[in-house]
Design a binder for this molecule. Sequence first.
Ligand SMILES: Cc1cc2nc3c(=O)[nH]c(=O)nc-3n(C[C@H](O)[C@H](O)[C@H](O)COP(=O)(O)OP(=O)(O)OC[C@H]3O[C@@H](n4cnc5c(N)ncnc54)[C@H](O)[C@@H]3O)c2cc1C
Length: 390
Amino acid sequence: MLEERCDVVVVGLGAMGAATLYQLAKAGAKAVGIDRYAPPHDQGSSHGDTRITRLAVGEGAAYVPLVRRSQQIWRELEARDGDALFEQCGVLVMTSGATHTSHHGAADFTLSTIELARTYGIAHEVLTAEQLRARFPQFAPLRDDTIAYYEPEGGFVRPERCIAAQLKAARELGADVIAGVTVSAVESMGNVVRVRAGDRTVVADKVVVCAGMWSAELLGEPFKSLLKVCRQQLFWFKLEEPMIFPEVSPSFILSHGPLDTDFCYGFPPIPGEGSMKIATEQYMALSEPDSLDRTVSDADVAAMFRTHVAGKIAGVTAERVKARVCTYTVTPDYGFIIDEHPALKNVTAVSACSGHGFKHSAAIGEAVAQRCLSGKSQIDLSAFSLSRFS
Ligand SMILES: Cc1cc2nc3c(=O)[nH]c(=O)nc-3n(C[C@H](O)[C@H](O)[C@H](O)COP(=O)(O)OP(=O)(O)OC[C@H]3O[C@@H](n4cnc5c(N)ncnc54)[C@H](O)[C@@H]3O)c2cc1C
């Protein structure tokens, strides 16, 4: 049995873990990252080519500093490596239909986004249906009562590239990345923590668990009671020819009816791919990480097109280019948990998922690394504490 010693072990190297490992290594810590697969991979919650980023985070004000800082870090990483990570193509948040629905725990998502942008001085425009049609003809079919929030500084990030760039940088800065090894136990022993992973044991001053949908099985209670795993499907539909999308098209979020399920989001066509990615969300059916159904049937594809695309978004055919399954790990209030484990000393849990974590992940990694190394972070993480559920 091999026993290693380091400052911090990061368990799970998806969005949150890769960011944390990079920041720990950048700060000079001796850090070890462990993942059951070889990240970036398509088995967790961080795959599918694109993730929306927006500064006016309708989920709440506590998220605004995280997304701002993350956008800076993506740019720093781009300068370091040259790979494009953040496409600032703008983002549209739209409500079409008289009743404003809720989303990610925020009632009236478009209006709360507008309010937040006003409060924080985030550049934006509010568009009527007519103005929207003139600028973005792909949304011409939407109803006359549509209101749209347009944020030019939003857009999308490339999740797999972000993870790869941070892990590469972490390695270059001296971090040890162990891929393809599952952590089976995290045990506090006095002032240190022991991590068991395959035939290795790593002893560290601190451990950060960023295990995504597997977090509950590794962390036990209260996480088992708080976290639920919701399977999601992603669809890429073939575009009509000639393409009607303007050269710079925004990412978008669209509420198109009175129910929480009357909701979809999507991305501009990626040059050369001839398709558009669009998805919806579901929170009703729960899944187990190790028995997740990863198939997307033709009936699922047809239902998605019928319910969320037809009559709402122009220029898109019903033909599937590809489809993927991904998971949200959701807390009762749809917010993040970033906190010390109540029973495992020196273990921090980062369950920043709930379907909206990626845009914040680079800054979460930085803040968690600061907390591990100095006891406090520059960005306030208190809104994500466990105590709000007690
Ligand atoms: C379909 C979909 C769309 C989304 N859209 C957006 C969006 O538009 N904008 C946005 O901001 N966010 C979005 N999100 C949310 C965001 O992608 C997630 O919050 C984020 O990627 C979660 O990252 P994570 O590090 O917590 O989990 P993961 O990326 O799943 O990472 C967990 C890692 O832990 C590893 N692991 C687990 N258990 C162990 C173990 N025992 N030992 C070793 N390794 C282990 C796994 O292999 C995995 O690599 C979306 C999510 C999904 C699923």
